[in-house]
Structures are given as structure tokens and as C-alpha cells.
Design a protein around this ligand. Structure first.
Ligand code: HEM
Length: 468
């Protein structure tokens, strides 16, 4: 078990504060949230709807799994995210519309399709390694930025194959103000103001960014349609997706919305999860060395492959423990379709219910020493002894993350590839502050010091294409 004061980066407030909502809304969950099962709050102001918070695995199972049909996405997040995330996407669809989209999209994320992408995951990690190789030993890097570039390269290639006309750097730069606007948009919605028109810092940049990413995604789709070739990347699989019951295929609006959603959610979540993972390993050098030795064993003189990636067992445990302490999504929201109950509690239709993943993952009754870092919590025996819904970085039930297998395989490959070549250390004097918006981001930078180890990541032996 490894401890560090940065693993408890703020003190929960006894009474909620308006300022904390835009700074770090997690501060507003009182100490009680880490001990109880369920609590309700009137919101910060009398005219806010009453909100309910769930931190019990049994109630979570009821909400997300056994009675999932009785709830839809919560109104606050839906209104705040719609615009930056497009309406026709799987993420926002409900009922029969959601069922058909999920059926159409799921095959693209089948395990054999994900494994076929492992060489690309390696290549993207190697491109990052090549950049770092140019730095002096002991240089400081901003790990969140570096991982954003790496995971964006991954998702871009996995989704679209290659496109010469796509400017990934510009796309990421345009996304930054969009992602940064979420906390303000939530606040606007909570005040019943229109999030697209309420002034907040960075509104114009967020609007321009949103427009740019939408247009760039639509252009990519048009380009692919013009080329008329069949490919096995995610777009290719979506283009050929057909509902087995109705024969329906995806419209261009649905395709653009989902591609845009994958580019946005698929890279930001994995980027922050990887950044926290390297930062935690920089704190806990013993776990870093153990993961490095595993990577050496698994990859030998070559690289991680579709056949060996499964053997990165400890690396996956590290990733799971990292997403426990710093879950990329700190909360999941639902809205009852009508007045109902959850366990013994009454919940009105207008009252949203939130699963507080951050508090659940640090719950005093569910975890020994909840703020310590210990990847062995996820060793099979220990994991089996826990309630299945005590840990949910990817959600649960029918709406569980469709990209979960993709993200876990991608992240394990990237961690193993980079650990073999670099040692990661923390920068003295840096103190962590959180600034969660769309995902669990640190405030400002998350700096790490890099030292190059003697071995070099081997260059990919063959220039592979996405398997046809
Ligand atoms: C570490 C990486 C990731 C994390 C932690 C994560 C987390 C989540 C969570 C918690 C949900 C459920 C939301 C809810 O129930 O309200 C979700 C849904 C979703 N995720 Fe992920 N995700 C990750 C990576 C990805 C990737 C790589 C993709 C796609 C390329 C993706 C696409 C989606 C989609 C489309 C949904 C909506 C599914 C539905 O509503 O049926 N995610 N994700």
C-alpha cells in the first residue's frame, strides 16, 4: 500500500459552495458521502431541483442494471453536454433508438477487432517515445498533454484509418475549450439558463471549437464516402452496420454524431486515465518497477502483440487501481421516467439521481485504506471478494461503456511500451489540485520527470495496415 498526501487532493466541504461547482464540484460532497448509502440534497439554492446521490453497490445495481429501463440520462448533463456532444449519438439516444444504435455499434468493438489494433496502439506509443527521446535526461513533461496526443492518434487511426487531410493537432486544440466549458454549462443549466447563450469564460472559444470539430468530422465522413473503399476500421464497420431485424443502416447525421463522440470521449477519458497512471507510478516507484519487469517479460525482445497483451496482468491491475482513485468520470447521472422509488427511497420524476463514482471508489465501508494506492486490490482473489458494483469506472448495466475493452487494451499496451524505455518521477514542489470538467483533469499541469533507460523500444518491424 502506497500513501501520499496528493491522493486526498481536497477536503470535502460540510456545506456546498457555489464557487466550488465551477472549480472542483467534488468538494461539495460532504464527508458523509464517503460513509453512507444514499443522500438527498436540495441543491445549493432553493429553486434547484432536489438531487439524489447513490453510493451503495446494491442501489447502483438497481439503478443501472436491474431497473435500468425505469431511468434515462439525467436532464442536467443531457442539456449541458448536448451541443458539444451531438444529439444523434449513442450516448444520448434512448429506448428503441438506443437499442438499434447499440446493436449497430457493438460489433465494431468486438474483442477480435480490438486485438487487431494492438500494433497501432504500439505504434502510437512509439511515436510518443520518439518525441521524448529527443529530450535531455531529467526533462519535465506534461503527462496529460502527452497522453492526449497519444490517445488521439490511437482513436483517429482506429476510427478512420488514415486521412492525410486531417489535422489532429488542430482538432485537439479546438476540443480543449469545448471540454473546458462543461462545468460552466452545467452551472448554466442548473440555473435554468440556456447553456449555448449564457456568458461564461471561454464561451466564444468553446463555440468556435465545437463548430470546427463538427465540420472536421463531417469532412472525414464525406471523404470516406467518396473513396468508396471497404475497411475494417471503426468507421468501415459502422458504414456496413445493418440492423438484423429491420435492415436499417446509419444515417449520415448518426454517423457524424457517433464518430465525433468517439473522437471526443474515446480520447479524453483514456488520456486522463493514462496520465493518472503514470503519475501514480511516478509516486510509487516499486509498482513502476514491477510493471516494467512484467512488460519486459511479456514483450521480450519485441513488442506487445495481440497474442501477448492479455499477459499484462499487473499492468491492468495498476490501471484499475488508478481509475479507482481517479475515475475519469467522477459521477453518472440518471433521471426517473416517472415518480418512483430506489430501494426504500422515493424519487420524483423531476429529481435527478447521481452515482458518485469518486465517493464510491473511496467509500470507507467498501475499501480498506481507501486513499492508499495498491494495485493488488485488483488481483483476482481480492477483486472476487468485493461487490461487483463497488467499482465502476466504465459504468454498469446495458449502458456500460461500449469502448471499455478497447480502452483497457489500448492503455495496457501504451503503459507497457513506454515503461520499458522511460523511468517516470514526480517533480519536487508540485502539489496536486483537481479541476474536473468533462473528465477528471488536474488543475494546470501534471508534470513528470523522464529518464531514459538503456534499452530502446524496438522500432515496429513491419509497417502494418489495419487488417483488411
Ligand atoms: C478509460 C477510458 C474510458 C472510460 C473511463 C469510459 C467511461 C464511460 C462510462 C462511465 C460510461 C457510462 C456512462 C453512463 O452510464 O452514463 C461510458 C459510456 C460510453 N463510452 Fe466510454 N469510457 C472510456 C473510453 C471510451 C472509448 C475509447 C470509447 C469509444 C471509442 C467510449 C465510448 C463510449 C460510448 C459511446 C458510451 C455510451 C454508451 C451507451 O450509452 O450505450 N468510451 N464510458
Amino acid at each position: 500500500m502506497f500513501h501520499d498526501p496528493d491522493f486526498t487532493p481536497f477536503t470535502p466541504r460540510e456545506t456546498p459552495s457555489f464557487l466550488a461547482v465551477s472549480r472542483n464540484y467534488l468538494e461539495n460532497y460532504a464527508p458523509e458521502a464517503y460513509r453512507t448509502d444514499f443522500f438527498s440534497a436540495k441543491g445549493l439554492w432553493p429553486f434547484f431541483p432536489r438531487m439524489h446521490y447513490v453510493v451503495s453497490p446494491e442501489l447502483i445495481e438497481e439503478l443501472l442494471v436491474t431497473r435500468a429501463d425505469a431511468f434515462r440520462r439525467d436532464d442536467i448533463a443531457s442539456k449541458a453536454l448536448r451541443g458539444p456532444v451531438e444529439g444523434e449519438t449513442l450516448f444520448f439516444s434512448e429506448g428503441a433508438e438506443w437499442k438499434w444504435q447499440r446493436r449497430a455499434i457493438s460489433p465494431a468493438f468486438r474483442y477480435e477487432n480490438i486485438l487487431a489494433l494492438v500494433p497501432f496502439f504500439v505504434r502510437c506509443a512509439q511515436a510518443q517515445a520518439a518525441e521524448w527521446r529527443r529530450l535531455d535526461d531529467g526533462a519535465t513533461v506534461e503527462i496529460t498533454e502527452a497522453m492526449s496526443r497519444t490517445t488521439f492518434a490511437v482513436i483517429e487511426k482506429a476510427v478512420f484509418g488514415a486521412s492525410e487531410n486531417f489535422d489532429g493537432e488542430r482538432f485537439i486544440a479546438a476540443l480543449r475549450p469545448v471540454l473546458g466549458s462543461f462545468a460552466w454549462r452545467m452551472l448554466a443549466v442548473m440555473f435554468r439558463l440556456p447553456p449555448d447563450w449564457t456568458p461564461y469564460p471561454g464561451l466564444l472559444a468553446a463555440r468556435a471549437g465545437s463548430r470546427f470539430v463538427h465540420e472536421a468530422t463531417a469532412k472525414l465522413l464525406a471523404e470516406r464516402r467518396a473513396r468508396k473503399e471497404e475497411t475494417r476500421d471503426i468507421l468501415g464497420l459502422l458504414l456496413s452496420a445493418k440492423d438484423p431485424e429491420s435492415g436499417r443502416v446509419m444515417t449520415d447525421a448518426e454517423l457524424v454524431a457517433n464518430l465525433h463522440g468517439f473522437l471526443l470521449a474515446g480520447h479524453e477519458t483514456s488520456a486522463v486515465a493514462l496520465a493518472w497512471t503514470f503519475w501514480l507510478l511516478a509516486k510509487d516507484q516499486a509498482s513502476q518497477q514491477r510493471a516494467r519487469e512484467e512488460a519486459e517479460r511479456v514483450a521480450g525482445d519485441g513488442e506487445v502483440t495481440p497474442e501477448t497483451v492479455e499477459n499484462l496482468v499487473f499492468t491492468r491491475q495498476v490501471l484499475q487501481e488508478s481509475m479507482r482513485l481517479f475515475p475519469p468520470f467522477a459521477a453518472l447521472g440518471r433521471q426517473p421516467r416517472e415518480d418512483t422509488t430506489l430501494g426504500p427511497y422515493r424519487v420524483a420524476a423531476k429529481e435527478p439521481v447521481y452515482v458518485l463514482t469518486w465517493c464510491l471508489h473511496r467509500h470507507e465501508k467498501l475499501w480498506d485504506d481507501p486513499t492508499g494506492f495498491d494495485p493488488d486490490r485488483f488481483a483476482p482473489e481480492q477483486a472476487k471478494a468485493r461487490h461487483r458494483y463497488a467499482y465502476l469506472p466504465f459504468g454498469a448495466g446495458p449502458r456500460i461503456c461500449v469502448g471499455m475493452g478497447f480502452a483497457l487494451t489500448e492503455m495496457a499496451t501504451i503503459v507497457a511500451t513506454l515503461l520499458r524505455e522511460f523511468r517516470f518521477e514526480t517533480v519536487p514542489g508540485h502539489r496536486l489540485e483537481l479541476a474536473p470538467t468533462f473528465a477528471m483533469r488536474p488543475k494546470g499541469a501534471l508534470p513528470l520527470r523522464l529518464t531514459r533507460l538503456s534499452r530502446e523500444t524496438p522500432v515496429t518491424r513491419t509497417e502494418r495496415q489495419i487488417p483488411a
